[in-house]
Write a protein that binds this ligand. Structure first.
Ligand code: GDP
Length: 247
């Protein structure tokens, strides 16, 4: 069976683990912004990218996870909507992760040149960003995966498939669904993700509502877990000798 975590990736860490994860997420602070990949600072810290269609609820989810009102605000300011905004997470003197808020996509009104530019930025980032260790894809739980969401999945699928990058699909605005609709939304997302699941892939899905604070703890725990134990790509895991020093 592929290592696809079904619906809520519910970590079993208990109350203490939840508090630790929320406190960790709360430390997120703005680091820098860049309009293309080669302007991003190189970094060895595990990086988690947040991606999603415009209006999927990405900024709200980031702010909710960080328990800050304005954190992802930079991504909304004119001139920066096409930028990659980086946040540092963890202790001030020893950050242990980077969050990368990637440009929202799918604005009907955006002209062709901007769409092509977005494609290049996203495809390059997802394929080439060396320290990328996880992707959080925000999908509106009422609408499910759109063509652009699938396109984005395709760009990152090779690295998810070989275990180099983890994937968590966050089904946003779950407060707008009743039980039956929520179950259907989960099922539909599972079907899409089954297409990219492999034995090495670490893929999860979580229902999320910023409004009702549903899924916030689970997602925070998953993300912190990714950074405590960054993924080991399949090839590296197989090549590693038993007596190789860890880390
Ligand atoms: P972004 O473009 O992906 O960053 O989306 P925003 O975070 O700006 O959210 C888009 C819209 O969805 C806003 O009107 C939000 O108030 C709304 N929204 C975001 N999260 C939720 C949620 O959990 N529940 C509901 N009902 N609305 C939400």
């Amino acid at each position: 069976m592929p290592a696809m975590t079904s619906h809520a990736t519910a970590p079993q860490g208990g109350a203490q683990a939840t508090r630790t994860a929320l406190a960790w997420a709360h430390t997120a602070r703005f680091l820098t912004t860049a309009s293309q990949l080669d302007q991003l600072p190189g970094n060895d810290l595990p990086e988690i990218a947040f991606v999603g269609r415009s209006n999927a609820g990405k900024s709200t989810a980031i702010n909710t996870l960080a328990q800050q009102r304005q954190l992802a605000f930079a991504s909304k300011t004119p001139g920066r909507t096409q930028h990659i905004n980086l946040f540092e997470v963890g202790p001030k003197d020893a950050p242990d992760a980077i969050w990368a808020d990637l440009p929202g996509y799918g604005y009907a009104a955006v002209e062709r040149a901007a769409k092509l530019r977005w494609q290049k930025v996203m495809a390059d980032y997802l394929a080439l960003r060396r320290n990328l260790s996880g992707v959080v894809q925000m999908v509106d739980s009422r609408h499910g995966f759109t063509a652009l969401d699938r396109q984005l999945l395709e760009w990152v699928a090779p690295r998810v498939g070989n275990g180099e990058v983890r994937l968590l699909v966050v089904l946003t605005k779950a407060d707008k669904l009743n039980r039956k609709e929520a179950a259907a939304s989960l099922r539909a997302a599972q079907e899409v993700l089954a297409e990219i699941a492999t034995d090495h892939a670490d893929v999860g899905i979580a229902l999320f509502s910023a409004l009702k604070r549903q899924g916030v703890e689970d997602v925070a725990e998953v993300l912190q877990g990714w950074c405590v134990a960054p993924p080991v790509p399949a090839a590296a895991a197989e090549a590693a000798l038993p007596d190789q020093p860890a880390g």
